[in-house]
Design a protein around this ligand. Structure first.
Ligand SMILES: CC(C)(COP(=O)(O)OP(=O)(O)OC[C@H]1O[C@@H](n2cnc3c(N)ncnc32)[C@H](O)[C@@H]1OP(=O)(O)O)[C@@H](O)C(=O)NCCC(=O)NCCSC(=O)/C=C1/CC=CC=CO1
Length: 262
């Protein structure tokens, strides 16, 4: 049953002056990403990849919140279909043009890992980051198990992933996950300034330079993404995820103490 009073979860897709703006808009759930939202972003990215009137992307969320990650109520894909997050991540990873991320408020789960595939990332200095994959009984995704240790070192990546603890914009900046952190009031203007500058750059040199900068051994990354998603979706069928999901709904701490390892 749909709730007539709840605003529809969507991504606002705008194309103007060479910029594709993708705005995650599901504020009652802190911009949690639904299957429909993933597919909207995937389709917009796929079209912009070959439409050279688009030279840069701005990715952001409404209401001063980036994203609380995957909609916790919508983890399971319809049988037989390639799950929407997988489709989105594949398109994001192969997207050939610069992506500017405007990160405010919260960046959780895939709301963090998608940033590893963005280029210029500006974060409000009060943003809370978290990758609670293990806490949910699943594994990290979107290539993050491959990219995070290479970005920040194995020990730091393990601390953030295995504990799934909150970290600040200052820490994200120090770890190289964010280009700059700044006061919240300045983030939107900084992101707009960056995309306005990017659209004036020569597209060919910009795309080639970006590909060189992102030289992360494409095949190895693609294979890791497939392995992560395989384990992620297996995890969703297991008792650890079941307990984590129940605890979230019941607004309590999960208790994993009596769950045997499969
Ligand atoms: C830390 C929080 C994000 C925000 O906390 P807080 O500011 O205190 O706000 P809340 O009161 O908790 O939230 C307000 C309402 O929003 C609902 N909500 C928040 N996040 C989600 C979400 N992700 N999905 C659905 N609903 C959400 C929350 O229930 C409140 O609703 P009510 O007012 O009706 O009670 C905190 O909310 C939080 O920890 N949220 C869960 C974050 C999370 O676990 N995200 C998923 C991570 S996994 C992921 O992103 C990756 C994938 C990728 C690949 C494949 C498949 C799935 O997942």
């Amino acid at each position: 049953m749909t709730n007539a009073s709840a605003p529809q979860a969507q991504v606002i897709v705008e194309r103007e002056d060479g910029v594709l703006r993708l705005t995650m808009d599901n504020l009652t759930k802190k911009n949690a990403i639904t299957c429909e939202m993933y597919l909207q972003m995937k389709e917009a990215l796929d079209a912009a990849a070959t439409d050279h009137s688009i030279r840069a992307v701005l990715l952001r969320g409404t209401g001063g919140v980036f994203s609380s990650g995957n909609d916790v109520n919508g983890f399971n894909a319809p049988k037989g279909e390639l799950p929407a997050p997988v489709q989105f991540v594949r398109s994001l990873v192969k997207f050939p043009k610069p992506i500017v991320a405007q990160v405010e408020g919260l960046a959780v789960g895939i709301g963090v890992t998608m940033l590893l595939h963005c280029d210029i990332i500006y974060a409000a200095d009060d943003t809370k980051f978290r990758m609670p994959f293990v806490n949910l009984g699943v594994v990290p995704e979107a290539g993050s198990s491959y990219l995070l240790p290479r970005l920040m070192g194995a020990a730091k990546a393990a601390e953030l992933v295995l504990l799934g603890r909150l970290f600040s914009a200052a820490e994200a900046e120090a770890l190289g996950m964010v280009s700059n952190s700044m006061p919240q009031a300045e983030v939107a203007a900084a992101a707009e300034k960056a995309v306005a500058a990017l659209v004036k750059q020569p597209l060919g040199a910009m795309m080639k330079s970006r590909a060189l900068l992102r030289d992360v051994s494409g095949e190895a990354l693609d294979e890791r993404i497939e392995l992560e998603f395989k384990q992620f979706f297996e995890g969703l069928k297991g008792p650890e995820f079941a307990e984590a999901a129940r605890a979230f709904m019941e607004k309590r701490e999960p208790d994993f103490s009596n769950i045997p390892v499969a």
